[in-house]
Write a protein that binds this ligand. Structure first.
Ligand code: SF4
Length: 315
């Protein structure tokens, strides 16, 4: 395999994911290009808020990195297009999807995680039609609440997003798992949940996942009460489940040598990626980067315990 000229790291993981098993992540955008600037975003402030699509990925670099991962990983349940921004901002996404399918010989299902903002465009729906699973988000069904939570690029209208999701459902043959981030006292009221339930009834997703903002974000504690969680789940029907139904103590620390500190932390106790995110106040991709280094050095190992992946020092 000839190594192409140095390019960004497009491939990360595979990382254990609650919904997708071992997921190999494909990062298509520079951090952080997005059409939204959600109050719960783990990647920090959106520095490039846009709806203009652009080409960013060097296909040769992506192919090289992907093939290496496919050869070295013992288990991959999904190849997941997501990353440091909104992936549908990448122009000609169909070329990327074709490359991913071809490299994995169509044996590994392909998932796309999107904020739904560009699904109202027929071109975008066409480009993504070959993936196996789409995980679109819909945090609100009223414009005011949508703007409060997702802080979209100007002129994005929630009714267009909902319309795009309805059209996607009609034309897309794969699975759609709709994701709703429930934010305390904002999209948890009777009125907001009723509007969401009415949108969901038209979209007809295969599943609905309610996410909770349990990871440290910029605006303090946004986790809804148990009563609010229960109410939303009941109103959104049987296909709805709560994904992050746990809460952890937030810890934000500054470290000068993160790799060393993660190693020292794991010496004291095994930890999951989520534990490390909380302990170090870093986003998932950053933690994975340091874990990758420690695993390659042979000082840290990954181990499954009761369905949860842990990282352990010095096995
Ligand atoms: S859509 Fe995703 S990447 Fe964009 S701001 Fe929201 S959470 Fe962050």
């Amino acid at each position: 395999m000839n190594k192409p000229a140095l390019s960004k790291n497009y491939v990360y993981g595979p990382v254990p994911s609650r919904r997708l098993g071992f997921s190999l992540g494909i990062d298509l955008t520079p951090c952080k290009s997005c059409s939204f600037d959600c109050i719960y975003c783990q990647l920090g402030k959106t520095t490039h808020k846009t709806i203009r699509r652009f080409e960013f990925v060097d296909l040769k670099g992506l192919k090289y990195q992907l093939n290496r991962k496919l050869l070295s990983s013992s288990r991959i349940d999904y190849i997941t297009i997501s990353g440091s921004g909104e992936p549908t901002l990448h122009k000609n996404l169909n070329k990327i999807i074709k490359l991913l399918k071809k490299s994995s010989q169509g044996k590994i299902p392909l998932a796309l995680i999107t904020n739904s903002s560009l699904l109202s465009r027929r071109q975008v729906r066409e480009e993504i039609k070959e993936v196996d699973l789409i995980v679109p988000s819909l945090d609100a069904a009223t414009q005011r609440t949508f703007e409060l939570i997702d802080r979209p690029y100007k002129n994005i209208r929630i009714e267009n997003i909902i319309e795009g999701l309805i059209k996607l459902r009609r034309s897309f043959r794969g699975k759609i798992w709709l994701e709703i981030m429930l934010i305390r006292d904002i999209n948890t009221t009777k009125r907001e949940i009723a509007r969401l339930a009415s949108a969901v009834a038209k979209i007809k997703p295969d599943k609905i996942h309610i996410n909770l903002p349990v990871r440290p974000a910029r605006y303090g504690d946004l986790i809804p009460s148990l009563a609010q969680q229960r109410f939303a789940r009941e109103q959104l029907g049987e296909i709805c489940e709560i994904v992050d139904s746990f809460s952890r103590q937030k810890q934000q620390k500054m470290f000068t040598d993160i790799e060393k500190d993660i190693g020292a932390y794991l010496k004291r106790r095994p930890a999951s990626i989520e534990d490390l995110e909380y302990a170090f106040g870093l986003n998932r991709n950053e933690i994975i980067k340091y874990l990758d280094i420690l695993i390659r050095k042979g000082v840290v190992k990954q181990q499954n315990s009761k369905g949860q992946e842990y990282f352990i020092y010095g096995l």
